[in-house]
Design a protein around this ligand. Structure first.
Ligand SMILES: NC(=O)c1ccc[n+]([C@@H]2O[C@H](COP(=O)([O-])OP(=O)(O)OC[C@H]3O[C@@H](n4cnc5c(N)ncnc54)[C@H](OP(=O)(O)O)[C@@H]3O)[C@@H](O)[C@H]2O)c1
Length: 264
């Protein structure tokens, strides 16, 4: 339970499954009202029913492809007129495809950037003016450990998540005196449908099965830090030690870690 989010308005993108749906469940359990966005509106409707029945909170559902920037503007305008303000935006929608750089499919590359980066920026810019006006709010960007350490076969996905972290760090400094918290979330592998697209052969999932985080656990770690000035949430902790060592000794880290990173 997080009492700070009781009766707060929380918007979650990519809420139709995976950690998005789990964050919605835990936020509703703490008494937050929700706006759930994703392309699969049938799954969102089902989740809305579940949360309204179980927790008595108010849930708004809208179909949104975050890569469609016009739709982002339209949907957020609708949301803001329906619920008056957004206290917390969780930019969670995202996907990855593990592929060698020399096999890059440019349509896929564009799509990954459009969803993971431009979509996240578009959603954020729709809520920032009113958060600044109210001098209150929390932007939570779901990045990845791939945004801290780029590993083979994820050049493009890693690049999108590095971009998310760059954007997030700059934004945090811009709004730090305006009552707005900005948090990045950098998880390692989580057991969700993400890998149905990312890892069609199942090689990575096979190799990292024993390290995989559960979506409920990741969601709990995010929801309990809502409306606090948490800079980053790194999961699991030991994996984040890697990125600290990487920053200090990049050449040695890449040489020694080469085998360990070839998991895809
Ligand atoms: N799973 C992992 O190992 C892992 C690790 C680190 C970070 N992450 C990040 O965590 C976030 C959530 O991933 P997950 O693991 O929960 O994966 P997931 O189970 O595949 O869920 C992804 C969610 O994003 C939504 N989505 C995808 N493309 C979208 C689009 N264009 N517009 C709107 N919504 C879209 C999907 O809904 P619809 O298909 O209904 O639109 C779904 O609700 C992603 O940003 C991912 O990069 C995942």
């Amino acid at each position: 339970m997080n009492n700070r989010i009781k009766e707060k308005n929380i918007v979650i993108t990519g809420a139709s499954g995976g950690i998005g749906a789990e964050m919605a469940r835990l936020s509703a359990q703490s008494g937050a009202n929700l706006v759930l966005l994703a392309r699969s509106v049938d799954k969102l409707e089902q989740l809305k029913k579940e949360l309204e029945n179980e927790f008595g909170v108010h849930v708004v559902v809208k179909s949104l492809d975050v890569a469609d920037t016009e739709a982002v503007q339209r949907v957020f305008k609708e949301v803001l007129s329906e619920i008056t303000h957004v206290d917390i935006l969780v930019n969670n929608a995202g996907f990855g495809v593990f592929r060698h750089a020399h096999e890059a499919d440019l349509a896929e590359v564009k799509s990954m950037f459009e969803v993971n980066v431009i979509g996240l920026v578009a959603c954020t810019s729709m809520v920032l003016p009113s958060m600044k006006g109210r001098k209150s709010g929390h932007i939570i960007n779901i990045a990845s450990q791939a945004g801290k350490i780029a590993t083979p076969k994820s050049s493009v996905y890693s690049a999108t998540k590095h971009a998310v972290l760059g954007y997030t760090n700059s934004l945090r400094m811009e709004v730090s005196d305006e009552g707005i918290y900005v948090t990045s979330v950098n998880p390692g592998p989580i057991e969700t449908n993400f890998f149905e697209i990312a890892d069609k052969q199942g090689t990575y999932v096979n190799n990292v099965k024993k390290f995989m985080l559960q979506p409920e656990y990741v969601a709990k770690k995010v929801v309990e830090r809502m409306m606090t000035s948490t800079r980053e949430i790194n999961l699991p902790r030991w994996m984040n030690a890697g990125s600290t060592i990487y920053a200090l000794f990049p050449r040695a880290f890449e040489r020694i870690g080469k085998r360990a990173f070839n998991k895809k």
